[in-house]
Design a protein around this ligand. Structure first.
Ligand code: MCA
Ligand code: AMP
Length: 507
């Protein structure tokens, strides 16, 4: 592909190709001590593109990535886009049902995975009629890449689908949010502008790449600006603290649990990292205590922002102005936000609590094969209802105060109580179950189940294990409390707030 074709990117991969053409020797990625220049990563990505094309991948075909953080993840991601395919990232903690549903619903033709995860995939393979091939990075990768002939990759257009990102729902199975290249490019351009991200930045990234925070903020910002990133397989507080002490980083992004763990780590150490240009927190609410604890120990005010899979980043505290704890700031450049009444959907004034809506070029194109769900989420004027409750102050700072949707956020991962309840209803010995989120020092919120059992021998361990066998580990109840009955209203609906109050009292 000519580098000229990549000059005005309306895609992140276009920006990446342009940087790789202009400055192939510049550092892009550091992973487990190995350095990847822009040129080297582009070459690896182009080999993926060629291999995918040789396997018959057509524009618009879906490729699932069920892969841990690694250079291969990035090359497969960029390579799929260079072959004009659509990436479906899959949470590596997912088990059979969750995994099978996503690959099947997206109609993925090929899935790239690694040795650690291949076994889980094999368990559901027979049910996945559209899945033609599973490729394991590592040993099988050379065969996969080696089989490709010559191939001239081309850049996708802005209106092409880039990613189908699955997000859980209050009812039923998770839905695929369809993100176009131009949605992702518009959002990352706004993020980079707001946070003053430049080619001189070096990010320390320990978030998983299968979610918005790690992928479309951490990775996209790096590739869009021509900056560099040190990627870790996962977050481990002592390792991150050591890296911050020694490394030449300018930025770190994390979920609140990472910050509370870094605070704990700092309390056990004498040495403090030198200041970074920017620490960002998101995906769940950062408590004012964590904000001030971090400032006391690290001497820095964390910038909190607010995002969603369907939209990428929506609201941010200012880079230069006041970073106000307990708030998520205002809209990014070229994006809009407002608060509306839950019933009437009328715009509300400052201080009034309602549902937050957002609008702009970053907002996704709709849910994959779910026109009903898409229609329900948008009004006729392009406003997308986030399902989050909040208010905006006179001077434009938004506060997230609750959720219209029933959602638990544990360590930055979303858990929908209904999904856990549906699984536990199938656990032998469970008669009825209600799942709620309770406050947790480490994870922010924790999953707790109130269970009515019809087998007196059923143990709390068995309930948690049953969940663990069928769902990602972070969704399993941290506590199981056996109760005589669940409180219900006149219509028979379980009164969740009463369950929560009782568990809080007894906890
Ligand atoms: C792991 N475990 C958890 C969690 N993570 N349990 C509850 N909540 C969690 N978040 C369980 C595992 O299943 C395992 O149990 C046991 O804990 C140990 O696993 P390990 O991986 O060592 O866990 P950890 O060190 O406690 O992980 C904590 C973590 C991780 C580093 C905070 O959860 C994490 O990376 N979270 C980031 C999530 C993220 O990227 N969210 C962004 C979503 P078992 O052995 O039973 O399996 S994007 C988003 O929300 C929007 C768009 C936004 O605004 O960003
Ligand atoms: P996801 O669907 O995984 O993209 O998660 C998006 C949800 O995470 C949002 O709808 C919010 O409920 C929550 N969220 C993200 N950032 C924040 C934040 N800074 N404060 C509170 N909640 C947040």
């Amino acid at each position: 592909m000519s580098d000229a074709a990549a000059k005005r990117p309306d895609s992140v991969v276009g920006a990446f190709v342009r940087h790789a053409g202009d400055s192939p020797e510049e550092p892009c990625l550091r992973f487990e001590g190995e350095d990847w220049s822009y040129g080297r990563l582009r070459e690896h990505a182009e080999r993926f593109a060629a291999a995918l094309a040789a396997r018959g991948l057509s524009p618009g075909d879906r490729v699932a990535l069920f892969l841990g953080n690694s250079p291969d993840f990035l090359a497969a991601y960029l390579g799929t886009h260079l072959a004009r395919g659509v990436v479906v990232p899959v949470n590596t903690a997912y088990r059979r049902g969750e995994l099978g549903h996503i690959i099947d619903d997206a109609g993925a033709r090929l899935c790239l995975t690694d040795r650690e995860r291949a076994g889980e995939l094999e368990k559901v393979r027979d049910d996945l009629s559209q899945l033609k091939e599973i490729v394991q990075v590592g040993e099988e990768l050379d065969d996969f890449l080696g089989a490709a002939g010559s191939y001239e990759p081309s850049l996708p257009g802005g209106d092409d689908v880039a990613v189908i990102a699955y997000t859980s729902g209050t009812t039923g199975r998770s839905k695929g949010a369809v993100l176009l290249h131009r949605n992702l490019a518009a959002n990352v351009a706004s993020v980079c502008e707001a946070w003053r991200w430049t080619a001189d930045d070096h990010l320390l990234l320990t978030l998983p790449l299968f979610h918005t925070h790690g992928l479309t903020v951490g990775v996209h910002g790096t590739l869009f600006t021509g900056a560099s990133v040190e990627l870790h397989r996962k977050f481990e507080a002592p390792k991150v603290y050591d890296a911050l002490l020694g490394g030449p980083f300018t930025m770190f992004f994390g979920v609140p649990t990472m910050y509370t763990r870094l605070i704990r780590e700092a309390r056990s150490r004498d040495e403090r990292p030198r200041p970074l240009r920017l620490y960002v927190s998101g995906s769940a609410a950062l408590s004012p205590q964590a904000f001030s604890g971090f400032e006391d120990l690290f001497g820095e005010r964390i910038l909190e922002r607010y995002g969603m899979t369907e939209t990428g980043m929506n609201l941010t505290n200012p880079y230069d102005g006041e970073r106000r704890p307990g708030t998520v700031g205002g809209p990014f450049p070229r994006q809009e936000a407002r608060v509306v009444g839950i019933e009437g959907r009328e715009p509300l004034g400052a201080g009034e609590v309602g549902e937050i809506e957002v609008r702009g070029p970053h907002v996704f194109a709709g849910y994959w094969n779910r026109p009903d769900a898409t229609r329900e989420s948008f009004d006729g004027e392009g406003w997308f209802a986030t399902g989050d409750l909040g208010s905006v102050s006179e001077d434009g700072y938004y506060t997230i105060s609750g959720r219209a949707k029933e959602l638990i956020i544990s360590g930055g991962y979303n858990v929908y109580p209904r999904e856990v309840e549906e699984v536990l209803e199938g656990c032998p010995g469970v008669a009825e179950v209600a799942v709620v989120g309770l406050a947790d020092e480490d994870y922010g919120e924790k999953v707790v189940a109130a269970v009515v059992r019809d087998d007196p021998n059923l143990s709390a361990e068995r309930v948690a294990d049953f969940c663990r066998e069928n769902l990602a580990g972070y969704k399993k109840p941290r506590e199981v409390v056996f109760v005589e009955q669940l409180p219900r209203n006149a219509l028979g609906k379980v009164l969740k707030h009463e369950v929560r109050e009782r568990l809080e009292r007894e906890g």
